[in-house]
Unconditional design. Structure first.
Length: 199
């Protein structure tokens, strides 16, 4: 999760926070295919995955909001995934927590709008980074194009500048990043009053 505001953080704090996040993410990726619901379920791996991918966004947002309100507003961009927009059968738990980030973004974006705080999410496919190194060749062999990290970064910058909130922008190779369009939830089916009015 990235946030734009004016709260200072020392270089050492930034480095330590970044390195801790990278270590957790690397471990999370390495354990990815082990988190199946069923006989292979591992509660420890489940808790760690939810902690990194969903709790981290919630706690990060909570940590930023006070300072942003004092400054009169700000912008937060959470990291979700295409797995938060569509099912990922190879890793249901990852898909579940990224769907959680998407839901949080859509709800919190609206809830914070009155305080001039914008909350959005970026939803990339497989992006270039050291984290995908263990599975990079497998992804390419399966036909997945790896997204340049700069493309994801450009989308984050666009979201910081955009006057929008509660949006989840997909990042896909060869496409211009834009908000994912969610279908509306069906309303209740109208019931006929004819029967109740007859005597």
């Amino acid at each position: 999760m990235l946030a734009r505001h004016d709260v200072p953080m020392s270089d050492d704090e930034q480095r330590d926070s970044f390195e801790e996040t990278l270590r957790a993410m690397a471990q999370d990726l390495g354990d990815s295919l082990k988190r199946l619901v069923g006989e292979d379920f591992d509660l420890g791996l489940y808790r760690r995955a939810m902690g990194v991918n969903l709790d981290g966004v919630v706690f990060g947002a909570h940590a930023c909001l006070g300072a942003m309100r004092e400054k009169g507003g700000g912008a937060i961009v959470a990291t979700a995934s295409l797995a938060g927009l569509t099912p990922m059968p190879t890793d249901p738990i990852y898909s579940a927590n990224k769907h959680g980030v998407v839901g949080l973004t859509r709800a919190l974006g609206v809830a914070l709008a009155g305080g001039n705080i914008r909350f959005n999410a970026v939803c990339p496919g497989f992006a270039e980074s050291p984290l995908i190194a263990p599975v990079r060749s497998d992804l390419q062999a399966a036909g997945f194009e790896i997204i340049p990290a700069e493309t994801v970064a450009e989308t984050v910058v666009r979201l910081f500048a955009a006057d929008v909130t509660g949006e989840c922008w997909f990042v896909q190779p060869g496409r211009t990043s834009e908000p994912f369009r969610f279908r509306n939830v069906p309303g209740p089916r109208p019931t006929s009053r004819a029967g109740s009015e007859s005597h």
